[in-house]
Design a protein around this ligand. Sequence first.
Ligand SMILES: CC(C)(COP(=O)(O)OP(=O)(O)OC[C@H]1O[C@@H](n2cnc3c(N)ncnc32)[C@H](O)[C@@H]1OP(=O)(O)O)[C@@H](O)C(=O)NCCC(=O)NCCS
Length: 202
Amino acid sequence: MIRRYQPADRHGIAEVCLRTAAGGGDATGVYSDDTLMPEVFALPYVEYAPELTFVVSDGHRVLGYVLGVADTAAFVEWWRREWGPEFRKRHPAPGPPTGHDPKFSEEALIQAGVEPDRMLIAELDEYPAHLHIDLLPELQGQGFGRKLIDVFRAALASRGVPAVHLGLDAANTDARAFYDRLGFHELPSSRPEAPLLGIDTR
Ligand SMILES: CC(C)(COP(=O)(O)OP(=O)(O)OC[C@H]1O[C@@H](n2cnc3c(N)ncnc32)[C@H](O)[C@@H]1OP(=O)(O)O)[C@@H](O)C(=O)NCCC(=O)NCCS
């Protein structure tokens, strides 16, 4: 069942984020601290815009979500002021090596938690909103991704937001096929190593 976010979903959202954060696969243990990925790619959104967080739940736990913000520039301001300083206190420096060597290093991940400027893409005027979507493996391929994107676009449209964008890992070819199928297109500042896609909300 797809429903709006409730505060009790927070932990489940962090879990889904972690289990899908390695190019779509499980990132557990990749970084010295499993809270890092959710604290950069899921929890700030839940905190800033719970009204734009939607989950798939089986009644007991969260199996997937879509989340994002309507106004990326305002979110970046909030992140600088509120999220970044607290994040820095929790994660002052990279931890010990884990035996993994992710392309997105722990140092870069911590930097992303402190400094949100990467979100200020050139197309923000036309595509002010952005989103993240993740489903646990057992939920994938059953139409929930399409439904979540529909719900998210409708929520944005009802707020008068014209279009939404997202960035993805170039290695995540399954996600790319999904977005292509749904009608997302590449934005002008998209690069092969850092794809950037967008779509209207209507
Ligand atoms: C990517 C993801 C959100 C897609 O959601 P999903 O529920 O698996 O996709 P759906 O079943 O809703 O598929 C929607 C459409 O995309 C197509 N599609 C989905 N994955 C595809 C793939 N790998 N190749 C080709 N087509 C694909 C489906 O065939 C379907 O087409 P249709 O509706 O016209 O029949 C989900 O698989 C996921 O969370 N993956 C792991 C985390 C991840 O990669 N997140 C995105 C990070 S940018």
